[in-house]
Design a protein around this ligand. Sequence first.
Ligand code: SF4
Ligand code: SF4
Length: 266
Amino acid sequence: MTALPPPSQKKLGLVIDLDTCVGCHACVIACKGWNTQNYGAPLSDRNAYGDSEGTFLNRIHAYEVQPDPTLAEAVPPRLAQTVHFPKSCLHCEDAPCVTVCPTGASYKRAEDGIVLVNEDACMGCGLCAWACPYGAREVDELAGVMKKCTLCVDRIYNETLEEVDRVPACVRTCPAGARHFGDLGDAESDVSKLVAARGGVDLMPEQGTRPVNKYLPPRPKDTLGAPVMEGDEDVLAPFLAPVYAETGDAEPAGFLGWLDRALERI
Ligand code: SF4
Ligand code: SF4
């Protein structure tokens, strides 16, 4: 068993916006690139140009989320949504992967809360991978040791890099701006304000791991044309009503109807 340090004041982590992630996998490739091509021990790919295998510290899962059928009568009908779900180590406060480690190789840093693996002390037993409820650890088949997201600790404190690059590779590369990095222990940090404003949540809080990383929930998409409930407002919907929506063929309606008439005059 390995002990956890007392909770640190600084809690570095990620905030991932499920509303804007488009599932492009750029963050996966950036993570793999940084951790394979740089001076850290490379991630194994035994057959890099064949079927996909190997060690990835960041993965994207895609889900189709159906509206809750029990709410169908009570709320405007919602459409099914595809949610792209990036997943890497969440740098938990009560990290079971640390406390289960028999050699002390897995540890949580007292100064900033980052959970790391000391590869020299890891014997590759895999207990931490079993203990992690998020599947965030992977054995490096070639090195024979456990690996996981390091929050790019070799970038974020690296003063030889431009300041703008001192963030995790996944954050630096995300073209959708869906990934944010910062100190979630500081209520005044940008990431903490973002979590407060958007109702950021823990992943699987029932596991009691108290993740530092937070997820911003996806917002309902495209309720155009759905009946509007009291208190529910879509200010654009009346202007974007389909042409001939409610007036039959007699008179085109809404913004598109106006556009249609305006174009006819040209
Ligand atoms: S790079 Fe950004 S948008 Fe693309 S999959 Fe990763 S988090 Fe999502
Ligand atoms: S997400 Fe998994 S690997 Fe990361 S700290 Fe939590 S339990 Fe450990």
